[in-house]
Design a protein around this ligand. Structure first.
Ligand code: BGC
Length: 424
């Protein structure tokens, strides 16, 4: 039996576009209306209207924390015009969390942008970091009382990779230069947002809040253990995808492969690191130029034997959580598991997933890793971006026709762990 630390945060996460519904002023809504994805988000989970019910379900499951995101395109639907209705909605959201004794963990950017900003170039524009900081300042001034944890950016590296390198998400660019340009602006956006949170809280004489990012982290393994080329690609991918963004924020500057130097206004702008962990990828070297050097994913192509997969064919690899936490302990910052979850049509697999990952987490904590919470992805079934509504990640099942919620058995078993703070 392992006892998690006393004030450990237990809960689940969501993001605005994936659950709220009718998020009409965002670039993702526009993308959907233009037929770029198989399903549109539409009403999603109607969480905009049902957040109270959803939070009381989370409370009944013994969660003591909840991660959600503010939707920038609702708060600032037109450039420089802040929408009071949206702000007061989010004030109610935060109050409802507190009433249910759920610690709010607030994300400021989770993949979506206001459409007006996307039209001006989104993260490719050098103006965006300042515009982001202006929105953050407004959000923190209006909503920040009693919020102890802010996450500026969700998965910035995965986001630029999908949006500017793979061309799969808006704005569907496919360029390494643009990817690095967007990364540079996201880094700067984080630094300015970090300062904005600190400055506002100080000015309004509030207790200081902790500011971090939610970093997508993956295990990379060579397709062929015997191939030194594959091993080089694994090393470089691990650096690019898992570490460079964090190191840039710690050091205040970074060289990305291709010798693209990014200088930030200051160093040490992370109070904690959020880790979103799902799977491992097998990597095959494709050459020594960029981007071939980063390699390609070989799981399907080379029929490499892997463990069980989720509904989206991602391998379930609990040991990866332990390995990454150990690896990230090098940064000597508190760590929070901001996402970890499985999409499956077989709910018994969900609890197996949670239990096995918590086992790995417990092992890392026992060995001294500074982890202060675990947030399952996701509280509800929701809109999984380009994959639509079919992947079911929720602790709570959502019937999209009726919007009826049903607590899954796995959620009840996870609730026992949250209540006791122990893992058998
Ligand atoms: C993202 C979520 C997404 C989840 C499952 C994370 O990469 O932050 O928005 O739904 O993974 O794919």
């Amino acid at each position: 039996m392992f006892e998690f630390p006393k004030d450990f945060l237990w809960g689940a996460a969501t993001s605005s576009h994936q659950v709220e519904g009718n998020n009409i002023n965002s670039d993702w809504w526009d993308w959907e209306q233009n037929g770029k994805v198989k399903e549109r988000s539409g009403k999603a989970c109607d969480h905009w209207n049902r957040f109270r019910e959803d939070f009381s379900l989370a409370k009944s499951l013994h969660h003591n924390a909840h991660r959600f995101s503010l939707e920038w395109s609702r708060i600032e639907p037109e450039e420089g015009q802040f929408n009071e209705e949206a702000l007061s909605h989010y004030r109610e959201v935060i109050e409802a969390l507190k009433l249910n004794r759920l610690e709010p963990i607030v994300t400021l950017h989770h993949f979506t942008l206001p459409l007006w900003l996307a039209k001006q170039g989104g993260w490719l524009s050098h103006k965006t970091p300042n515009l982001f900081a202006r929105y953050v300042r407004k959000a923190v001034e209006t909503l920040g009382e009693g919020v102890r944890y802010w996450i500026t950016l969700n998965e910035p590296v995965a986001y630029v990779f999908k949006s500017y390198f793979m061309g799969e998400w808006p704005p569907a660019e496919r360029s390494y230069e643009k990817t690095l340009q967007a990364l540079g602006h996201l880094l700067k956006g984080h630094v300015l947002a970090y300062d904005a949170v600190k400055e506002v809280n100080q000015r309004l004489k509030r207790s200081p809040a902790q500011v971090g990012i939610a970093k997508h982290v993956l295990i990379f393994t060579p397709c062929s253990d015997r191939s030194w080329k594959d091993r080089i690609s694994v090393w470089i991918r691990n650096l690019m995808f898992n570490h460079l963004f964090i190191r840039a924020l710690i050091r205040g500057r970074i060289f990305y492969p291709g010798l693209f130097k990014i200088q930030l206004p200051k160093a040490r702008t992370l109070d904690f690191i959020g880790m979103n962990y799902y799977t491992r990828d097998f990597v095959h070297n494709e050459g020594f130029r960029i981007p071939a050097l980063f390699g390609d994913i070989c799981t399907l192509k080379h029929h490499r034997q892997v463990g069980r997969r989720n509904f989206l064919s991602w391998e379930i690899y609990p040991q990866g959580l332990y390995r990454l936490i150990k690896e990230f302990s090098q940064y000597k910052l508190p760590l929070l598991v901001t996402e970890n979850g499985v999409c499956t049509d077989h709910d018994e697999e969900r609890f197996e997933f949670i239990e096995s990952h918590l086992g790995e987490l417990a092992k890392a904590i026992q060995e001294g890793a500074p982890v202060f919470g675990y947030l399952y992805w996701s509280l509800l079934d929701n809109y999984e971006w380009a994959e639509g509504f079919s992947p079911r990640f929720g602790l709570i099942e959502v019937d999209y026709e009726t919007q009826e919620r049903k607590i899954r058995p796995s959620a009840k078993r996870f609730a026992q762990i949250c209540e006791r703070g122990t893992r058998p």
